[in-house]
Design a protein around this ligand. Structure first.
Ligand SMILES: [Zn+2]
Ligand SMILES: [Zn+2]
Length: 263
């Protein structure tokens, strides 16, 4: 009896495989970053597929050796440094989230890819970067044992001007990989704020003070662990303010997942 589900599944698998193969023959997959044709990737053979992915050359460009990183802020630390409670760069920050799970640092090719992934037509690139994050950090993402996945929100006026919101695309991919519900409207941004990157560090928290709110009924968040998703983490102020809002609404804890952290 134990292998019944497998027997039921097996006959459909070749059909799914040939269906995908036929689709690839008619529409050869291309790299979302350089548009080169992408060969069937080794990690793209299972079910569900992990596409879209970058081509081998772009993959090498944006991927760096994993290296030791701070367990709290995600920045690189020396090989023997213990960072369970933070590193010298983040010890003074009152981060309320548990840790930052990230693909890489916001520099060189990954920086360029993150900038491009924000453009309206570039949602396949944002999805490809999310898939890379999943392939690289699957262990941390799974052991966080989250109940729900939610993107850092943008104000509705920005959504009108730019319908593609990279954080939302990334959170959709991660929710699918984790098999957890995506609540893309869990948080909302109540007011339009100045661009954080234009402000000195001291003013960033003031700029975002009470800028976020939870949409759902607070009881639906009670005791839940949330995976909060964004594309880039700069000083952590935005993620921290969103976390504060989620905890205030009853969430038990918040993990942050981003493509890149600014060194
Ligand atoms: Zn490429
Ligand atoms: Zn740190």
């Amino acid at each position: 009896m134990s292998d019944t589900p497998r027997r039921l599944w097996q006959p459909t698998r070749p059909l799914a495989h040939w269906g995908r193969a036929a689709l690839r023959f008619v529409f050869p997959p291309s790299c979302p970053l350089c548009q080169a044709d992408v060969e069937n990737h080794a990690d793209d053979s299972g079910c569900p597929p992990v596409s879209p992915l970058l081509c081998g050359r772009c993959l090498i460009d944006v991927s760096k050796p994993r290296g030791n990183r701070c367990q709290r802020c995600g920045l690189p630390v020396g090989p023997y440094v213990r960072s369970d409670h933070g590193c010298p760069k983040c010890e003074s920050h009152k981060f309320r989230f548990q840790k930052v799970i990230r693909l890489g640092l916001y520099d060189d090719a990954l920086r360029q890819a993150c900038i491009r992934a924000k453009a309206t037509t570039q949602f396949p690139l944002a999805a490809a970067l999310a898939n890379l994050l999943w392939l690289s950090e699957q262990f941390d993402l799974q052991t966080a044992n989250v109940d729900v996945v939610a993107p850092v929100p943008c104000h509705w006026t920005r959504r009108m001007l730019r319908p593609h919101h990279a954080a939302e695309t990334i959170s959709r991919v991660l929710a699918g990989r984790l098999g957890k519900p995506l609540q893309r409207r869990l948080l909302r941004k109540k007011r339009l704020t100045s661009d954080q990157s234009d402000l000195p560090a001291a003013q960033r928290r003031l700029n975002l003070k009470d800028a976020f709110a939870v949409r759902s009924h607070p009881r639906s968040l009670a005791g839940k662990t949330v995976l909060l998703v964004d594309d880039i983490l700069t000083t952590g102020t935005t993620a921290n303010e969103c976390t504060r809002t989620l905890l205030h609404a009853g969430a038990k804890q918040v993990f942050v997942a981003v493509i890149a952290v600014v060194p």
